[in-house]
Design a protein around this ligand. Structure first.
Ligand code: ZN
Length: 264
């Protein structure tokens, strides 16, 4: 090989490595990766397992729950936080597991300062008006100060497991006033019913990382929303007997809205 040829080969190799990396990164930020399904969770499949270490390979931002439904998961800036049923926050280790989570590598495609004083209904309407279509998935990050935040968490379950809709009837709720923090939200299209939660689903974490949970209500004070559009859906299903044996044929009716909003 002449020096020139060797140089050209080297250059080509470097180019391939670089373009490959760029391609993988772009794909990661456009991909929403999910483990298991919301219907499986709704009927009580709290034991399927993906380790947090594995989950982190698919994203730095997202939400979910933990093994045996032990609290609300919020993944923010690459760290997994658990808001327990007593309202405290922990950072579980990489070997702990989740039966349901959805994550992506967050890149900001849209950004906007939200109007002061709006509640959850106005907030979701504002966000919808910013989106190019309701037929894709969006990871949403809202950071700033909030006049009020109401959250809930769920206690660790023991077998025989009850459906989620039974558990949330006695859910512990938490009220915050004039609090700084971050909301991580996922918006899924209506056609994803059964797979994830259609519409918005938010989890909240205080700035001091000492409180949070599954968001039930909010009043915005001063906050900025960042939106990450994802068009690739990567679904990983549990390969275990618990999941294999679930009867998913009858569906879950209106359980989802009761569980997510706390309303019937
Ligand atoms: Zn939730």
């Amino acid at each position: 090989m002449t020096i020139m040829k060797r140089f050209r080969a080297l250059f080509l190799a470097a180019f391939l490595v670089m373009s490959g990396t760029v391609g993988v990164h772009a794909q990661q930020t456009k991909t929403l990766t999910q483990f298991s399904t919301i219907d499986a969770l709704l009927i009580g499949a709290y034991d399927s397992k993906m380790s947090l270490e594995q989950l982190r390979r698919y994203g730095d931002t997202g939400l979910g729950t933990f093994d045996a439904l032990d609290g609300e998961m919020i993944l923010a800036d690459g760290t997994v936080y658990r808001v327990s049923a007593d309202g405290t926050v922990q950072t579980p280790g990489p070997t702990e597991t989740t039966p349901f989570a959805a994550v992506t590598f967050f890149d900001t495609e849209q950004e906007k300062t939200l109007p002061t004083g709006i509640g959850l209904r106005e907030l979701t309407a504002q966000l919808d008006s910013m989106l190019p279509t309701l037929n894709l998935m969006y990871m949403v990050r809202i950071e700033g100060s909030f006049k009020t935040v109401k959250t809930r968490s769920v206690p660790r379950q023991t077998k025989p497991y009850r459906p989620l809709v039974e558990i949330v009837k006695n859910q512990p709720t938490f009220d915050f006033e004039n609090i700084e923090g971050v909301m991580i939200g996922l918006r899924c299209p209506a056609f994803m019913k059964g797979i994830n939660v259609p519409g918005y689903h938010f989890h909240f974490l205080t700035r001091d990382r000492k409180g949070g949970g599954h968001l039930l209500d909010v009043t915005i004070d001063r906050a900025v929303v960042k939106i990450d559009r994802t068009s690739i859906f990567h679904m990983i299903l549990p390969e275990d007997q618990d999941f294999y044996r679930l009867d998913m044929e009858k569906g879950t009716g209106n359980a989802i809205s009761e569980v997510e909003s706390g309303r019937k």
